[in-house]
Every structure is written in structure tokens, then in C-alpha cells.
Design a protein around this ligand. Sequence first.
Ligand SMILES: O=C(O)CCC(=O)C(=O)O
Length: 338
Amino acid sequence: MGSHALVDQFLRYPRLARTLAAVRSYQRRPGMPGFTQGQAQYNMRSAMDLHPKAGKWISQRAIRTTDPMAWQIADVRGSRFIPAEEIEQAVYGIKQNGFYVFGRTVDPSITDAIRSFAEQAPSTGRGLDATASPYPRQDPQAGRYDISETTALACPEVQEFATDPAMAMIAQRYLGQPVLMDEVAFWWTTTRRAEDANLNAQLFHQDRDRLSFLKFFIYLTDVTPDSGPHVYLRGSHADVPGSLRGDGRKADEDVRAAGLWDGVIELTGPAGTIMGVDTIGLHKGKTPEVADRLALENEFSTSLFGADYERPQFEPTDLVRDRFAQMPWVLQRYGHAL
Ligand SMILES: O=C(O)CCC(=O)C(=O)O
């Protein structure tokens, strides 16, 4: 290790201490603080180089939510995505491997509705200098097209997915702290522009926008090894060698060089497949070769400390109003729309 790298390694410890203090101060602010200072975001990401569990460690020490409402979750039997009887198994599977693929696929009437919505919704091609417009499925120009959260929430089934109580319950049990729903992402990946792998999250990386979080993905198209599966390094949520701990993208070669390629899993499945994934573990999307992929994702985290977040405006369905009444803390980011 060069002297610069050694100094940087050492500096992660004071950055960890500063992050603990910054999170405590953030949590003391009333309501939902608007943003986290850039330097504090940098310190957090840098401290997370120390170990894949560093963010969870900080979260457990710095975030003490006293509001009893924070634990309250709507009836999990109301979920049309996750069977209530699979919740414990899912928590166990994520703890063991870093991910869990649910045994049941979602009813095609739901996936068809979400996919039809995505076929006409405005989306933005990464790396293109163009305004949002419907995904040009027959002739895409970019490797990834993102549909914004505000746009996505015009679809009632996306609202239902975003506010799912069973997913909130799994995140709460897995992370051992109250969680709030902090992000919805919705995107197509295409067979084009494989050279933009970095831009399109198709190189291994850890997510570090928050300290402690869990994501759920649903495929809205059939996903085979050739059509862009989500790829995960089994067990990397719990530990990885020093060579793979830094922030930023890593090539497949880096994972091979660490002798870990046997642990790389491609998560395939038909439209309607759902998975819970701790994306502090090393993961990526695989560039599709034969067909595009549509995926929808939500994230639950223990705090909004970290990356800037949106407060989308949308017209809530009756179901979402009802869920908000039952779990206002979990859904607080949508409070202004309700
Ligand atoms: O496309 C995928 O499966 C992974 C995407 C991802 O890791 C990201 O957007 O950060």
C-alpha cells in the first residue's frame, strides 16, 4: 500500500467518528431534514470503506427513534407481492446470503399493468442529451432508460409496490430498526451501449446513499442469463476482502482476482419475480444481450441521512391513503402528497 493509500485508510476512522456525530445531530432535527451536507455525505461513504457492516454499525449507534409509531406497519396480509408466510424465511435468507428470491411470482395482471405503463411513460436515456419521452423499445439509443419516481407513481400498481407493508416488515426485521421507504427506481436496461456499463450500474459496486437499507426488486419482463439479470456476490453484505472494499465500480476481474467468482449469482426469473437484496453487498446489472429488461425497485432505510432525496407529488390511491393512515412513519416521505 502506498503512503497516500495508507493515510487515506487511516483517515476513515476520524470520518467514521464525524459521521456518527453528524447522524446524531441530523436525527435531532425536527421533522424530515431536507438534505445532508456534501462533506458529511463524503465522510459517510468514506467510512463505509472500512467494512460492509460499517453503515449498519453507525445506524444502530446513532439512530434511536423513540416514536412508537415508527415500528407500526400495516397488515402484511394486505400485500399482493409478498406472501406473509415467507417473511421470516426471507429475513433469514437475506441475513445468510445478502439476497432472497421469493418462491411465488406476482399475479400477471399486476406485472402486465406496470409494464404497459412503462411502455408509454416518459423515460430518460442515460448519457443522452434528450428530454424524457416514451422508451423507444424497437430502437433504443442508450443502455438504460430511467422513469422518475414522480412519473412512476402515476401508476396505481407502482404505488402499491412502493408502500408494501410486507416489504417494510422484512426490512425492519432484517435491519433491526424502524425503517422508512426512501426511494423508488424504475428502469429499462437494453442490449445497446454495453460500453456505458459504468454509467448504467453494470459493473460491481456497493450502494452507499444511506447507512443501513434494504432494496426490493421486481422483474416486469422475463429475465434469463442473456436478458440482464441482477448479479450478486453471495455473502458480500457481511464481508469482503480489503481489495473490494473501496467505493466505486469494480471489474469482474477484481472479483476473480479475489478468488470469489464462485460466489457470483445471476438472479434470473420470469416476470413477477421478486427479490429482497442488501445492496451494500457487491452487485451489478448484467448488460442484456438478447432482450431488454424492465425492473422496479424500492428501498427502505433507517434514516434519510445521506444522498439528497425526492418528495414526489402524486395522486395517491385509496389503498395508499389507507396505508399512510396505518404507517405514517414508514411512509413519511410521501406525507406532503397525502
Ligand atoms: O440493474 C440492476 O440489476 C442493478 C442496478 C443497480 O445496481 C443500480 O442502479 O445501482
